[in-house]
Write a protein that binds this ligand. Structure first.
Ligand SMILES: *Cc1c(COP(=O)(O)O)cnc(C)c1O
Length: 349
């Protein structure tokens, strides 16, 4: 098989990082107890507890849709509702799974251009109705960083959790790219989660350098009651659990989780800096994590496609480029050069 030139359409195009792969191979040597009662899974859970400096409950599932949906389902009854941004992955990209796994808990959408939720928007939605005919707000979910690559500051998360406490709402964080937020903020994982009032975090492994897998971390252990049954019922209990958990050991204990994210963020900054002087191109959102969204004339985007580049334009109409742990800086520079060339061709036409 020939290897294709690297693309930045999605951070899911990347392979698994060596630290994860090595841990996978180590876990493959010999046998281990099934369904999560093994030493690898214990050690992976412990490494999360060490990383987060707290005695959290940790579960491993296959993907982010399952992590989010099952976490949200565990926070509410079917007659409750979940407040999220209109751009949230749980709303736009999970095929109704949060509603399905919660037996119908309704998502209440706050309109948001950049994907962020604000305390005011939460207060407005939560207070919009209080009668028996409307699903009772019970949970708020925020994405850190957002689908548009925006990072909530610690103060912003704290302000949101304060409103949640006041209104009796639980706070869930979709951290599909949680490591990128930590890298961007330069803070501890604790500071942006439980210390700031987050009850449950879905920590994305796939976009952080694993081959597969996400961790659901309950900082409030009481909320994790029967979550193992929920996972099993949803088809998310891996029989050879060590293959889902061991790669996390490699990622976390080596520090690769943070290095990988720092690299992705740096590559996003690199691309943004290299196209900053082009008048025909502008950033749709500030670059804060590992995403760059570019607004450019259709002719420029068509030219880029003709040069072999793949990218999506489904968020805000901008061309999205995502940088994973393995992004090759030379290839980032090539993309920047091709964007420049595409602008020049258009200027001459
Ligand atoms: C990628 C992603 C997920 C998880 O998606 P899956 O394809 O289900 O693994 C969840 N939330 C956000 C914001 C994402 O970008």
């Amino acid at each position: 098989m020939t290897t294709e030139p690297q693309q930045f359409a999605s951070d899911n195009y990347a392979g698994a990082c060596p630290e994860a792969l090595d841990a996978m191979l180590a876990a493959n040597a010999g046998s281990a107890v099934a369904y999560g009662d093994d030493g690898w899974t214990q050690r992976a859970s412990d490494s999360f507890r060490t990383l987060f400096e707290t005695d959290a409950e940790v579960f491993f599932v296959f993907n982010g849709t399952a992590a989010n949906s099952l976490a949200l389902a565990s926070l509410c009854q079917s007659y409750h509702s979940v407040i999220c941004s209109s751009a949230a992955h749980v709303e736009t990209d999970e095929c109704g799974a949060p509603e399905f796994f919660s037996n119908g808990s309704k998502l209440l959408l706050a309109p948001s251009a950049d994907g962020k939720l604000s305390p005011e928007a939460i207060r407005t939605l939560a207070g919009s109705r209080s009668d028996i005919h409307f699903p009772k707000p019970r949970v708020v979910t925020i994405t850190q960083p957002t689908e548009t690559g925006q990072v909530y500051s610690i103060a912003e998360v704290r302000a949101i959790s304060a409103v949640c406490r006041e209104l009796g709402l639980k706070l869930h964080m979709d951290g599909a790219r949680f490591a990128h937020a930590c890298a961007a903020l330069g803070c501890t994982p604790a500071a942006i989660t439980w210390e700031a009032g987050v009850d449950v975090l879905c920590f994305g492994g796939t976009k952080n350098g694993l081959m597969i897998g996400e961790a659901v971390i309950f900082f409030d252990r009481a909320l994790a009651e029967d979550f193992d049954y929920r996972c099993k019922q949803a088809g998310q209990l891996a029989s050879k659990m060590r293959f889902l958990s061991a790669p996390w050991i490699g990622l976390i204990e080596s520090g690769a989780w943070l290095r990988n994210a720092e690299h992705g963020n740096a590559c996003a900054e690199r691309l943004a800096a290299r196209v900053a002087d082009l008048p025909a191109v502008r950033l749709l959102f500030p670059v804060q994590a590992n995403a760059v969204f570019l607004i450019a004339p259709d002719a420029v985007l068509d030219d880029l496609r003709a040069r072999g580049w793949r990218f999506y334009t489904f968020i805000g109409g901008g061309a999205r480029f995502m940088f994973a742990w393995d992004a090759d800086p030379a290839r980032v520079d090539q993309l920047a050069a091709d964007i420049r060339a595409a602008c020049e061709v258009r200027a001459l036409a």
